[in-house]
Design a binder for this molecule. Structure first.
Ligand SMILES: Cc1cc2nc3c(=O)[nH]c(=O)nc-3n(C[C@H](O)[C@H](O)[C@H](O)COP(=O)(O)OP(=O)(O)OC[C@H]3O[C@@H](n4cnc5c(N)ncnc54)[C@H](O)[C@@H]3O)c2cc1C
Length: 488
């Protein structure tokens, strides 16, 4: 691999003309960019991955200290055949830990108390989470004939129309918070939950649609498995992490990419030069310039605003940059086991907006996976902020711990002071697929179609989960490969 020109010249770095192989720059070393770079490299491209931070992983980052394991972002992820294939290809299978079976139990707060969320349809009829009129409303769902008032309906409007306001407040709102840290009044049903929108469109009812899809054979993976990866050893979806935390995954991808990864190297400028792309990157030192055949921008959408782009790109990127990423805070709190009355026997607890609390939701991390807290102690990962309370996320650590403690004492019977506190503030958390999101998708697609060789990828395009991002990285690598293959 050639060296980076520190004086602003273009050198034989990531430069396709030097060995006949096409060159690709991937900008952003989150899970999306890493997967794209990994696959493109496996397929023979000369890849350079530029990452602004001092390590790869983006939202996926783990800190191990004082016997605790604290996740800055995701604490677990759901596998798919594609994700399993990636884990096997990377050889990290033995490091995977499956969530404890109790993870099926999820609690929701109602009137200040934890209530198990009814996972089976029949449990919906007996749960104290919903009042008898709300349960009746759920049973009547197949009879609802009121059509959607708009082709781009909000999640809240859809749920109120089909299932009633109480289901929105106590069943849907907390789960929307759990996935997007989002506000159902603002999120678009067809963009945030496209499958649910399809069920209504195809079956005229959510319950009829769900029953029909249960009767059908399991859906195919949805994404073609890269031929470079082995057939996955695990066929069923698993909720997993790694013995050493989530960072194992980006670290394994980073190690496989070797010296093609340039950390502390934010891309600041991008422009076209004939059929190729010129990037300027670098931190405080002299800029690094490179010329490549294709570029994958795998940064968060808002990053485009700070990048120097030519006018013909800016006209489209403005719509993409506006995607909202509300602030969030993650606080991993440790307690002595005997100072928490609740058995912490589940995945965690979600807090509906109507309960008006600082806590958005919490994972019972040390119940889910081994090694998250020292012997005799427990770790609870608390989330604050998101679309319905971004201001709360911006508070300092002491104030947040004080507020959370007050709530955890009532909700979980926490009696002592925390033995461990780890706070991460995310000024820009998770992208919100709000009503009108088609404008973002159209602008991103236009940037690509009007500028061959330029690709946009990331959690703001086709889903926010880690699994969605693996699929996104795979898909964009496929598109880049096809583009490069068509070149003379
Ligand atoms: C607090 C939190 C909790 C979450 N919990 C879960 C969960 O439990 N399960 C789950 O499945 N998902 C969860 N998610 C979602 C999931 O983690 C993310 O959607 C996913 O990791 C995003 O990956 P990405 O590669 O698209 O973006 P990112 O991870 O944001 O990566 C983008 C990268 O681009 C880099 N970058 C920015 N600007 C530049 C530049 N100019 N030049 C070069 N590089 C640049 C950034 O430093 C970053 O590394 C959570 C997210 C958050 C924030």
């Amino acid at each position: 691999m050639g060296t980076v020109a520190q004086d602003g010249r273009t050198e034989g770095f990531a430069d396709g003309v030097h060995d006949g192989r096409p060159s690709v720059a991937v900008v952003g070393g989150g899970i999306t960019g890493l997967v794209a770079a990994y696959l493109l490299r496996q397929r023979g491209a000369r890849v350079t991955l530029f990452e602004a931070a001092d390590q790869v992983g983006g939202a996926i980052r783990t800190t191990r200290t004082d016997g605790f394991l604290a996740e800055h972002g995701p604490g677990a992820f759901l596998t798919s055949p594609l994700v399993e294939g990636l884990l096997d290809a990377l050889g990290v299978g033995p490091a995977v830990v499956e969530a404890s079976p109790s993870a099926n139990r999820r609690y929701v707060v109602r009137d200040g108390a934890l209530v198990p969320f009814p996972v089976r349809p029949l449990a919906m009829l007996t749960t104290p989470l919903l009042s008898p009129p709300a349960k009746l409303r759920v049973l009547m769902e197949p009879l609802v004939r009121t059509p959607s008032p708009s082709p781009d309906e909000s999640v809240a409007s859809f749920v109120r129309r089909r299932l009633g306001p109480e289901v929105l407040d106590y069943a849907v709102d907390p789960f929307v918070a759990g996935i997007f840290a989002g506000d159902p009044e603002q999120l678009s049903l067809r963009h945030a939950f496209p499958r649910v929108a399809e069920l209504e469109a195809q079956h005229g009812s959510l319950s009829r649609g769900l029953m029909a899809s249960r009767r059908r054979r399991p859906a195919p993976a949805g994404h073609e498995m890269p031929s470079e990866w082995p057939a996955p050893a695990h066929a069923r979806a698993r909720l997993v992490s790694f013995a050493d935390g989530m960072q194992t995954l980006p670290e394994a991808l980073g190690a496989a990419l070797g010296d093609t990864v340039r950390c502390r190297c934010p891309v600041r400028l991008l422009h076209r030069q004939g059929a190729r792309w010129v990037l300027e990157a670098g931190g405080e030192g002299a800029p690094v310039t490179c010329t490549v055949d294709a570029v994958v921008l795998a940064t968060p959408a808002h990053v485009l605003a700070a990048m120097e782009l030519p006018a013909e790109l800016r006209q489209w990127s403005t719509a993409v940059e506006r995607v909202d990423y509300p602030s969030m805070s993650t606080l991993v709190l440790g307690f002595m086991r005997d100072e928490v009355a609740h058995p912490l026997d589940g995945y965690g607890v979600l807090v509906p907006t109507v309960e008006r609390r600082t806590l958005l939701g919490a994972l019972f991390s040390s119940s889910l996976f081994p090694g998250r807290a020292p012997e005799g102690e427990v770790a609870i990962s608390c989330f604050v902020g998101g679309a319905a309370g971004a201001d709360r996320a911006r508070e300092g650590t002491d104030l947040l711990v004080e507020r959370l403690l007050l709530e955890l004492r009532g909700l979980l019977g926490v009696d002592g002071e925390p033995t461990f506190v780890h706070h991460v503030y995310w000024p820009k958390g998770i992208p919100q697929y709000t009503v009108g999101y088609q404008a973002v998708k159209d602008a991103a697609a236009s940037m690509e179609t009007q500028h061959p060789g330029l690709y946009l990828a990331g959690n703001y395009r086709n889903g926010v989960s880690v699994g969605d991002c693996v699929a996104e990285g795979t898909e964009v690598a496929g598109r880049v490969g096809r583009f490069l293959g068509r070149r003379p």
